[in-house]
Design a protein around this ligand. Structure first.
Ligand SMILES: C[S@@+](CC[C@H](N)C(=O)[O-])C[C@H]1O[C@@H](n2cnc3c(N)ncnc32)[C@H](O)[C@@H]1O
Length: 238
């Protein structure tokens, strides 16, 4: 999927801002994730691993895209037989991943230009990273490219609450509390204003499922987690 020159410049600028933002909050990223989600983020990542574990053997190669500080990669490594690789384009985030999970292979690289040949992996996971890419469509087609036919993808991402009361609470929380706490603890209020902003721009459950089918995945389905605050989308490469 080619980009025009201005399109390319906008995408590069977006990537630069996202990379700098994660570099800045990297020392506090894990603590804030757990604090701001009351540890629910750990349950959501465990859910991803429970979903994909039956699909994996010791010969399986899994890539965790946008692995950040490595929580999902480590969860996969500890609870499946697969060979796990994590990739992220923000080296300060990866530095923490390598300390936390020295047994896992971590690589610096761009999710929109994965440094792997076609059909390299049996499975892919991507946790809270798809939303941050300059283009969700290009991200999905790059994921499909490196996946073997019938390989699985599991996308964990913030989504649209399906229970009205939860929706109201979350909106209030995102707009008021989250930037305030995030700003104090990480020193970067911007990053925690960007979070709700990026969530509101991200496709809802059905739209993301349709985009996955468009990108070459089949058996696409999703489960709402915590009333749709997050969703886990899964599918297989055609
Ligand atoms: C919210 S963090 C999620 C980290 C981790 N997966 C987790 O579950 O906590 C998003 C990560 O995606 C990474 N990221 C964003 N855009 C990327 C891209 N184009 N290529 C590689 N990594 C990217 C960021 O550097 C950041 O570490």
């Amino acid at each position: 999927m080619g980009l025009t020159e201005p399109g390319q410049r906008i995408a590069e600028e977006h990537a630069r801002r996202v990379r700098e933002m994660f570099a800045k909050i990297s020392p506090r990223y894990d603590a804030l994730n757990h604090l701001l989600s009351a540890n629910i983020d750990k349950r959501w990542r465990r859910r991803v691993v429970n979903e994909v574990r039956p699909l994996l053997s010791e010969n399986s190669r899994v890539l965790d895209v946008g692995c950040g500080t490595g929580d999902l990669s480590l969860e996969l490594f500890e609870n499946t037989a697969a060979q796990v690789t994590g990739i992220d384009f923000c080296s300060p985030m990866l530095r923490f991943a390598k300390i936390k999970a020295p047994q896992v292979q971590f690589i610096e690289g761009d999710a929109l230009r994965l440094p792997f040949a076609e059909a390299s992996f049996d499975g892919l996971t991507i946790g809270f990273a798809l939303r941050n890419l300059a283009s969700v469509e290009r991200g999905l087609s790059e994921l499909a490219r490196v996946l073997k036919p019938n390989g699985f993808v599991a996308i964990l991402e913030f989504s649209r609450p399906v229970v009205p009361l939860i929706g109201q609470f979350v909106r209030l929380y995102y707009r008021r509390l989250l930037p305030w706490i995030g700003g104090i603890v990480s020193g970067s209020r911007d990053a925690y204003e960007y979070l709700p902003d990026s969530i509101s721009k991200f496709p809802d459950q059905q739209t993301l499922a349709a985009m996955m089918r468009e990108a070459g995945f089949e058996d696409v389905r999703f489960d709402n987690l915590s009333g749709g605050i997050a969703a886990l989308h899964t599918g297989h490469r055609r």
